[in-house]
Design a protein around this ligand. Sequence first.
Ligand SMILES: O=C(O)CCC(=O)C(=O)O
Length: 371
Amino acid sequence: MSPTIVLEVETRCEEEERLESHELHKGVKHLCERGITKVPRKYILPALDRPILTKKDDATNFKLPVIDFDQLQGPNRIHALESLSKACEEYGFFQLINHGIECQSILEMIEAGRKFFDLSFEERSKYMSNDLRAPVRYGTSFNQNKDRVFCWRDFLKLDCHPLSDVLPYWPSSPTELRQAAVNYSEKTRFLYLMIVEAILESLGLVETTKDSDDHIKEFRDGSQLLVVNCYPSCPEPDLTLGIPPHSDYGFLTLLLQDEVKGLQIQHEGRWVTVEPVPNSFVINVGDHLEIFSNGRYKSVLHRVLVNRLKSRISIASLHSLPFESMIRPSPKLINDANPRRYKDTDFASFIEYIASHEHRSKNFLESRRLT
Ligand SMILES: O=C(O)CCC(=O)C(=O)O
């Protein structure tokens, strides 16, 4: 072993002697506040799972398809629906611009999220819970009770529906968090419903306004979860990930990223980095929409890189049907040429699955696939 490697191993060992295992469960922010200079072993991915970080990122020029919300609402709707359909089939992701949510609401939400993670660990830890259905959950990694290797992320999850039931449980500190999150969740929910209407139309499922009303009814009462992700800067970003490859379980996710790059998606067999576009949402197809569209729209693997210099915040708004609904391929999308591809599924079986398995890649969706 070279002297440099020996020194590195010694530093990691010395730091880890000072870190007891329960300290790791307090989250990455807490570790950073303790001044670590090496990534603890619990976060080091097996060599094959590590990201390859090159100076010149070959994905720099990758751009997601752009969908203009204004166009979707205007005389060019048919053309915009075609682009939407192509994006959901070929990428599973698109960038939504001109979405109509004011900058102010977005900035207030990001700022309130940032301030939450700036609170003392004692304050944040009041919201730690192992109950996957708790109305508020602060935690770290992906599923800290199951993950063999931890990932470099802390999160705050706020159940948003129905708001009047969950609001009293949300953090009371920082003082502006509740108001910012109520405002943000209501606006993203409205936007989500408008996009669902467009998606149903793009799948050929609605021809009249009445069809549209019938279909959208169930979505109106659907679930919504806000996830504020905090990825502190990392001393050795090539050894770990902010979030490992996964697909989202719901129908659609509306993601807001700050100006720091990190999100990567699988496209044509390689990882490509999604450039942050100011004042836009990254929207992706979730497992439930892949099932509902009988495989036509793709729920695509994505992951998050961390970096040495900057911490990053993102806010994901995950939407789906109500908890008690059954998710199944739409009967209109099943025929001889395209037989049913997935079993019926519900939230309860999803929650049971993630509570008892390490959630990796698309393994939940795979478990629903008919062979
Ligand atoms: O932070 C990001 O860019 C992605 C977050 C994400 O994939 C998630 O919350 O499931």
